[in-house]
Design a protein around this ligand. Structure first.
Ligand code: BES
Ligand code: MN
Ligand code: ZN
Length: 518
């Protein structure tokens, strides 16, 4: 089964994932991936069959303690003609009681990355942990196959647009999943398709986050989103300064004033499913570069602020994935896009803006621009009558201080929706931690002169930012996700390469599924 698809125009995705019925020991290719749980002395199943053909080599290495099956262990064996494949890679799965679906993604990513390093073009693999009843969760062949496909596509991702001589140019071309039981193949092939769609969507979000600010201007972001939407059959509207003035998007226009680049408000609509069903609103912060504006940031690490549109990237990529999966749901996605730069025309501390909703905002700090553009985008999404609203934003350094880079922060006025978001995150392997929203925090953003001000001081900065947003969602059930700590990483790890992570794409897709289960 060949599932070739395109993500970026003209750029073919190298990895083709197939599911075949057969005996792994008959697999022909450059490398074969098998596995071993910690504590196993004599492997059974696929690993056992490979071991038998290798004359008991794996058992021997277990006896001498060279192979243990510990989590993270990788052993590369040369088959010397004893199998049709030239190399076997034995991946340690760790203790069965600690095995999870996310570990399937990680082990799959590590295996394909290792195989690519050895120059392999055609790689075979068994599905890790299918049918295992582990200590923390049980999962079936379809779930494990989807996770394996996600891990492979996510793990092989590299942003090579600006490198003419890539490190190792060879890419794996075909990953063949070998399954013994014919009855499982159909659901597994379907799981591969789902895994590829969400992982490729995540990779397209990573591409947008990694793209520098000089090429990815608000205009270019809108152009790319329009292109991607067109191919997914999603309606795309793009509003420029004139329409924004007509809409009264003065908070967004205020932030854009310091920039030479015109702002854009991008709206996507995917309409499927029954009338009266859920209408999911997604809003993503789309600051294509955040210098802080007149309240300018220090130079150190300012380059990371090219990724201040990671929320936009996640919302857009998730919408396109939902469309490709043909989920029967109605989704409206809104992205306010602008640069935040200083100039003689720029927004100043002390300025007062009237947002689209009519509310007046005193600007204390022009670096708190995300909440300003989101104020208009959230209000606009509500005006399109969404029944559930989720925004994703690289909103506050305070959230990074609170949660570090492991968890995204979640803020809500609706516990039921938050519970669904948390469940969606767990299934995606994306960690999300709920944060408080007590009404007492509202005191901190009261303004003496306008109805609200855009900063509440350093204390509880992530919460007061969320409190600010809450003023613009009315009583629509809403969750705000602060991804300031998780949108990029400076360390390669498992299926996460350095740079943009594409975080929340898979969570948002899972959320759409959750909403349909109601
Ligand atoms: N985009 C930043 C937040 C950010 C910080 C994202 C670090 C990713 C990594 C946001 O616009 C910002 O500058 N927030 C200010 C708000 C403050 C002025 C109230 C912050 O967090 O310092
Ligand atoms: Mn800022
Ligand atoms: Zn920002």
């Amino acid at each position: 089964m060949s599932l070739r698809r395109r993500t970026i125009p003209g750029k073919e995705v190298a990895l083709d994932i197939r599911v075949v019925v057969g005996d792994v020991t008959r697999f022909r290719g450059d490398a074969l991936v098998v596995n071993l749980f910690e504590g196993v002395k004599a492997p059974t199943g696929a690993t056992g069959a490979v071991d038998a053909d290798l004359g008991g080599l794996i058992r021997k290495l277990i006896r001498t303690g060279e192979v243990t099956g510990k989590w993270g262990e990788q052993t590369l064996l040369h088959t010397l003609g004893k199998l049709p494949v030239s190399r076997v890679l034995v991946m340690g799965l760790g203790k069965p009681g600690e095995f999870t679906l996310d570990r399937v993604r990680i082990v799959s990513a590590e295996a394909v990355k290792q195989s690519r390093k050895t120059g392999a073009r055609q790689v075979g693999t068994i599905v890790h942990g299918a049918g295992t009843q582990t200590g923390t969760e049980g999962f079936n062949a379809a779930q494990a196959t989807q996770a394996l496909s996600e891990g492979a596509v996510l793990g092989l991702y590299r942003f090579r647009r600006y490198k003419r001589e890539p490190e190792d140019a060879k890419e794996i071309q075909i990953l063949t999943i070998v399954e013994r039981e014919r009855e499982k193949v159909r659901v597994m092939a379907e799981a591969v398709r789902r895994g590829r769609i969400v992982a490729e969507a995540t990779n397209s979000a990573r591409d947008l986050v990694n793209e520098p600010g000089n090429t990815l201007t608000p205009t270019e972001l809108a152009r790319r989103v329009r292109g991607l939407a067109g191919r997914a059959g999603v309606r795309c509207q793009v509003f420029g300064p004139r329409e924004l003035r007509r809409l009264g998007a003065r908070a967004l226009l205020g932030v854009a004033r310091g920039s030479q680049e015109p702002p854009r408000l991008i709206a996507l609509e995917y309409r499927a499913g029954r009338r009266g069903g859920p209408h999911l609103g997604l809003v993503g912060k789309g600051i294509t570069f955040d210098s802080g504006g007149i309240s300018i940031k220090p130079a150190e690490n300012m380059e990371a602020m090219k990724g201040d549109m990671a929320g936009a990237a996640a919302a857009v990529a998730a919408t396109l994935a939902i469309a490709q999966l043909t989920l029967p749901i109605h989704v409206t996605t809104v992205v306010p896009a602008t640069e935040n730069l200083p100039s003689g025309a720029a927004l100043k501390p002390g300025d007062i803006l009237r947002a689209m909703s009519g509310k007046t905002i005193e600007v204390i700090n022009t670096d708190a621009e995300g909440r300003l553009v989101l104020a208009d985008a959230l209000h606009y999404a509500c005006s399109r009558k969404v029944t559930h609203l989720v925004d994703v934003a690289t909103l506050t350094g305070a959230c990074v201080v609170a949660l570090g880079t492991l968890n995204s922060g979640a803020f809500t006025s609706n516990q039921a929706l938050l519970d669904k978001v948390l469940a969606a995150g767990r299934a995606a392997g994306e960690k999300i931690w709920p944060m408080p929203m007590d009404v007492e925090y509202d005191e901190l953003i009261k303004s003496d002169i306008a109805e609200i001000k855009n900063t509440g001081g350093r204390k509880g900065g992530a919460v007061t930012a969320a409190k600010f947003l809450q003023h613009f969602v009315g009583d629509t059930p809403w969750v705000h996700l602060d991804i300031a700590g998780t949108f990029e990483t400076d360390k390669e790890k498992g299926y996460q390469p350095k740079g943009g992570t594409g975080v929340m794409v898979r969570t948002l897709v899972n959320l759409a599924v959750e909403l349909l289960a109601e």
